[in-house]
Write a protein that binds this ligand. Structure first.
Ligand SMILES: Nc1ncnc2c1ncn2[C@@H]1O[C@H](COP(=O)(O)OP(=O)(O)O)[C@@H](O)[C@H]1O
Ligand SMILES: [Mg+2]
Length: 332
């Protein structure tokens, strides 16, 4: 994956979304990389000037989930009872953490509906899974807003079909979030049911570890890793053109991945699921979706094999809102 030197470019004057660059500059200072070719072994030596985390004020109270890059825990402030989520990273994942933190910092400024970024810290203690103990271990951690609920994968694997109102409602929330992400020139790059938190009411996109800057509208093109050569995260949700081109995720490939998530939830069918060795496994699934008469048409358009045929998130919003409104009124 190609990495770029972190330099801050101010957003254009007419940029509709005001971006406070102070966070980014702070992050930029902690992520001084060489302009030479990317070599992940060098990144391990990058000294993050992150503040130490004050464990006297906080305690860890729950394991929230584990992904490819880190484990996430819920933490609570001893005095105020405020809760946060903390993602612990081993040293070797520092380059990913920096990228994720930068992406989240920019998105938090522009998209208040997304999980808000709170900072990167150095932590000298790490929770031990399966216990209520912390062990002495030098690590880094990304602090962010805590979102209640399990991931959407729990719904998918329960094999219970969502009712239409719920389905449209969640689609709408996720499309709003995605439209905001795309409006600032960021691609999520890893949309999957495990990267959506859903508590039965509120759904949120999480995990910006594969986020990247795309196209001219990218506000801080150089502070992110560019989307070129980024083939994104979970293979099963990957768009066909990303398979073919060996990677360049885009807003259209995000739409495809979100279409996959929505289709699998709607069909509540995971029999075909989680084959880590498959290549473009979604092709068969997409044909299956195409033939299904019940699945809403907007989901089918999201799964168009040609990216040019897929609507944008912003274009989908009015369609899904109309469907939601009519389902809601018909129910009463
Ligand atoms: N802000 C958060 N609030 C609550 N749970 C979270 C939060 N962020 C992550 N999680 C949980 O932790 C899991 C792993 O986090 P994620 O960011 O997806 O890590 P990875 O990059 O390793 O996949 C998620 O699937 C989710 O269950
Ligand atoms: Mg994840």
């Amino acid at each position: 994956m190609e990495q770029q030197l972190a330099t801050v470019i101010a957003p254009s004057e007419d940029s509709k979304r005001a971006i406070n660059l102070s966070d980014i500059i702070e992050l930029e200072q902690i992520s001084k990389r060489t302009k030479s070719e990317h070599d992940s072994s060098k990144d391990v030596n990058v000294m993050l000037e992150a503040k130490p985390f004050d464990w006297d004020k906080w305690y860890v109270n729950k394991f929230l989930g584990k992904g490819a890059f880190g484990s996430v825990w819920k933490i609570t402030n001893r005095e105020t009872a405020q809760v946060m989520a903390m993602k612990f990273f081993p040293q070797s994942f520092i380059p990913y953490m920096e990228k994720e933190a930068m992406t989240m910092a920019v998105l938090s400024q522009s998209c208040p509906e997304l999980v808000q970024y709170k900072g990167i810290y150095k932590t000298h203690y790490t929770p031990v899974p399966g216990t209520d103990q912390m062990e002495r271990e030098d690590n880094y951690a990304l602090l962010m807003e805590w979102v209640p609920g399990p991931d959407l994968y729990q719904q998918v694997k329960s094999n219970i079909q969502p009712d239409l109102i719920t389905f449209y409602n969640v689609s709408l929330q996720l499309l709003h979030q995605l439209a905001c992400i795309h409006s600032v020139g960021v691609v999520h790059g890893d949309l999957s049911s495990r990267n959506i938190i859903y508590d039965g009411k509120i759904a949120k996109l999480i995990d910006y570890g594969f986020g990247c800057a795309y196209g001219k509208q990218a506000i801080n093109m150089d502070i992110y890793v560019n989307c070129v050569f980024n083939e994104g995260g979970t293979p099963l949700y990957r768009a066909p053109e990303v398979w073919e081109q060996k990677g360049t995720v885009s807003p259209a490939s995000d739409i495809f991945s979100l279409g996959m998530v929505l289709a699998e939830w709607f069909l509540a069918n995971i029999n075909w699921f989680w084959s880590s060795t498959a290549t473009f496994p979604s092709e068969k699934f997409v044909q299956h979706v195409e033939l299904n008469k019940k699945i809403p048409n907007y989901v089918k358009t999201m799964l168009s094999l040609n990216p040019a045929d897929r609507p944008t998130a912003a274009q989908l919003i009015p369609t899904v809102r109309r469907l939601f409104n009519s389902a809601f009124h018909n129910q009463r």
